[in-house]
Design a protein around this ligand. Structure first.
Ligand code: AP5
Length: 224
């Protein structure tokens, strides 16, 4: 299959991380989720984490130059030379321009921006019941996707916790930030012929099979 350079786009709680787990299994792509990278940096107390912590806690975006540096490092590491899956980046037009420029300067381009969409009320319901494992960030929902044993990850046995920024008032702030700063990317990618839309209110299995079908078509087109 030809190189797959993908970004996942969509509001908080639309199911980007849920689908990313499945796509990484399908295609073996290196996966970079900027939210996970920032939460790890905060937990480790690095300089990046120190700068990001108050912003993430309030549901605001960290500055473009800070997060763009993180992604540029990953692109330069060599491990993303045959493709990648980005989740949570880009989140502003400035970040999208940085990514396009960084790829172009390496003779590469984005394959597609995969938009998983869901309405605000559904997102609020999902995030209030989300639980994640402390070891690898595997995602569950207390009602729609509970673990076999309460509070324990099915995949690695680690403890499940609620994210600090999943408190209702922070979720509302994150949604407002999404509509104001990230949603303009939907038109930006559509204008460039890169946008592929998926209805995030369908079941995780349905969303997954639709994304897989789209990626199979894109891969075939690239080989013609
Ligand atoms: P980040 O971690 O990226 O959070 P987010 O974009 O708000 O996305 P989420 O992880 O909340 O949701 P998701 O779409 O992955 O949903 P999930 O699959 O878990 O960012 C956090 C913070 O970091 C930001 O607020 C910002 O401060 C900072 N940051 C990160 N990147 C940045 C950047 N580029 N620039 C600046 N700042 C940045 O699913 C949610 C729940 O729903 C789960 O419980 C799941 O089980 C359930 N679910 C999933 N799919 C379905 C389905 N189809 N049906 C029913 N339930 C479902």
């Amino acid at each position: 299959m030809s190189e797959l350079n993908l970004v996942l786009l969509g509001p908080p709680g639309a199911g980007k991380g849920t689908q990313a787990e499945r796509l990484v299994d399908d295609f073996g792509l290196p996966y970079y989720a900027t939210g996970n990278i920032l939460r790890e940096a905060i937990a480790e107390g690095t300089e990046l984490g120190r700068q990001a912590a108050p912003l993430v806690e309030q549901g605001k975006l960290v500055p473009d130059d800070l997060i763009c540096g993180v992604i540029a490092e990953r692109l330069d590491s060599g491990e993303a030379d045959d493709g990648f899956l980005l989740d949570g980046f880009p989140r502003t037009i400035g970040q999208a321009e940085m990514l396009a420029g960084a790829l172009e300067s390496r003779g590469r381009s984005l394959t597609a921006a995969l938009l998983i969409d869901a309405p605000d009320d559904e997102v609020i319901r999902r995030l209030s019941g989300r639980r994640q494992c402390v070891k690898a960030g595997h995602v569950y929902h207390v009602e729609s996707d509970p673990p076999r044993n309460e509070g324990v990850c099915d995949q690695d046995g680690s403890r499940l916790i609620q994210r600090d920024d999943d408190k209702p008032e922070t979720v509302r702030k994150r949604l407002a930030v999404y509509h104001e700063q990230t949603e303009p990317l939907v038109d930006w990618y559509a204008e460039r012929g890169l946008l592929r839309r998926f209805d995030g209110t369908r079941t995780p299995e349905e969303v997954h099979s639709r994304i897989r079908a789209t990626l199979a078509t894109l891969a075939l087109e690239a080989e013609i």
